[in-house]
Design a protein around this ligand. Structure first.
Ligand code: ADP
Length: 519
């Protein structure tokens, strides 16, 4: 791996992985924070709901208290009492207790228990709560009417409330026992519905048995049990959750969303890094190829220049006596000058192409005529180099719209390569013909051939196959990229078939006129 590329790889890996890791860690910690926050929000909400429910229960008890303390009604008047009990069906037991005479009067018993059982329950309440009872009188003395929820020791399914009153000099305790389930489902229910507003699920559980005694959405599952106890109903606890989901689900969903975003970001950054790396690799390769190109070109220029220099010097020193030799040297100088200008032209053409400035002059071109001209001018030169050349043409080829000079340049480039990359078997064959909707001209050699892997690259600018055979051959790596460009400018293609060691055939194909119109 190239050193520069390695450096770029390390820097990019760091550039991608560090922010992704930092972001992931930050996201993860913020997820936990958010989870806590969500839980806190629900905790606060639960507290305020509880506060509201407790306040409501207190209001109800206080209204009962007022009604029962007014001795004219309903306690003393059976009709009013009956109405009061009917309005509040959760009241199962109503009694008064006179601490001075230790007298208990049961005013109403709807508990369904035997009289002895009821008495035992009341007894247990009064006996176990003497402190609370005396405190209730203290409150009353200070002008504060307080009701106090109390327990019995018999584990009855009722919830008990006591409050104190004074009638003249007579101190009295009133006890109310209610059925908590009925109280929750009949009395508290409307209030809970208002609080929940179709957005929350509020459920109440029996703390001891775990039984769900109330829920505004009984079908909903998964509410978090909470040890928030209702003031009036110490045996019951309340839980809330958002409707159709749970707090865990909300946190989980957020976690998933954040994970997806982090993953997508990491992917995006990696894709960007891969893209960048590819470009960097391309640029590095291009810069390597370019420096190779400079040395190749210098090498190409140096040979004709030194030949020209040498023969011109010999001639100018007047050392050559025979006219024949002089003629031969002039010819060499001329040929090498031509070679020089061919190289320079190639580079100029290429740079024009690169900058998109190359203009093509399209005219009707007879391909046979064009190739024949090249063949004629190359024949002698090729024979001198020991090549056997054949030209096979298909007669009556249609004319094509093309730039005569550019097509000639492309064919000459292919011929030059055929010459350059032939070793012992110096055979070249040029063919013209039709292939489907295309008109073609091909140049085949029996030279060194090209491997399948290199075949994909030879049309790239500056590319030269890096094997010993080729390095011995001069070249710029521009010839085939110019051929490809010229073919493309004519809506044509260039193809190559090659077997390493056996030879190559390059074919230039141009669409024929009648087919072009149909496209
Ligand atoms: P160059 O100036 O190197 O010939 P080209 O663009 O014409 O540049 O060719 C690119 C490379 O393709 C050559 O360096 C050579 O390796 C390979 N190549 C081109 N033509 C032939 C051929 N006829 N036979 C074998 N190899 C060839």
């Amino acid at each position: 791996m190239n050193k520069q590329y390695k450096q770029a790889l390390i820097i990019l890996t760091l550039l991608v992985s560090v922010p992704v890791i930092v972001f992931a860690v930050y996201e993860y910690s913020s997820i936990t924070r958010e989870e806590k926050l969500v839980a806190e929000v629900y905790e606060t909400q639960l507290n305020s709901i509880l506060f509201s429910v407790n306040l409501y229960s207190e209001d109800i008890i206080s209204s009962w208290q007022i009604k029962l303390m007014n001795r004219n009604e309903p306690a003393d008047d059976p009709k009013t009492l009956n109405e009061f009990l009917k309005e509040n069906p959760s009241i199962k037991l109503l009694y008064t207790f006179d601490p001075e005479s230790d007298q208990t009067t049961i005013q109403y018993d709807g508990s369904g228990k035997s009289i002895d059982e009821t008495k035992a329950i009341i007894d247990s309440i009064l006996k176990n709560n003497t402190l609370k009872i005396s405190k209730l009188f203290d409150y009353l003395k200070s002008g504060y009417r307080k009701a106090e929820p109390v327990n019995d020791t018999l584990n009855s399914d009722l919830t008990h409330i006591l409050f104190a009153s004074v009638d003249g000099m007579k101190k009295l305790i009133t006890g109310i026992s209610i059925d908590p389930k009925q109280f929750i489902n009949k009395t508290l229910e409307p209030r809970l519905q208002v609080i929940a507003q179709e957005k929350l699920v509020i459920s109440i559980f029996n703390k001891r048995t775990g039984e769900k005694v109330y829920s505004n959405f009984p079908g909903e599952k998964g509410e978090a049990r909470n040890d928030k106890i209702l003031w009036l109903l110490p045996g019951y606890e309340m839980a809330i959750k958002p409707l159709n989901t749970t707090i865990e689900d909300i946190a989980k969903k957020r976690k998933q969303e954040n994970l997806i975003i982090t993953g997508a970001l990491a992917l995006l950054l990696s894709a960007g890094a891969i893209f960048l790396l590819k470009n960097i690799r391309k640029e590095i390769r291009l810069s390597e190829i370019k420096s190779e190109f400079v040395s190749n070109v210098s090498h190409e220029l140096r040979t004709p220049l030194s030949l020209i220099n040498m023969f011109a010097e010999t001639l100018s020193l007047g050392r050559v006596k025979s006219d024949e030799k002089k003629q031969e040297y002039y010819e060499i100088i001329g040929r090498e000058t031509e070679r020089l200008s061919a190289i320079v032209n190639k580079i100029l053409n290429f740079s024009q192409m690169e900058s998109g400035k190359r203009k093509y002059k399209f005219e009707e071109v007879d391909m046979n005529e064009l190739v024949e001209k090249i063949y004629d001018s190359y024949k002698f030169h090729l024979k001198n180099k020991g090549f056997e050349v054949t030209f096979e043409k298909e007669e009556n080829l249609p004319l094509i719209q093309a730039d005569h000079g550019a097509i000639s340049e492309a064919v000459i480039n292919l011929l030059d390569n055929g010459i350059k990359y032939s070793k012992d078997k110096k055979e070249l064959s040029i063919r013209t013909g039709k292939d489907g909707k295309y008109l073609f001209v091909s140049v085949a050699d029996k030279g060194i051939g090209i491997s399948t892997e290199d075949k994909k690259k030879i049309f790239e600018k500056f590319f030269r196959v890096s094997s010993d055979n080729v390095h011995n051959t001069k070249g710029t790596g521009l010839g085939l990229s110019i051929v490809k460009e010229i073919a493309a400018a004519h809506d044509g293609i260039v193809e190559v078939e090659s077997n390493p060691g056996k030879g190559s055939t390059f074919t230039l194909k141009f669409m024929m006129k009648e087919n072009k119109q149909n496209v």
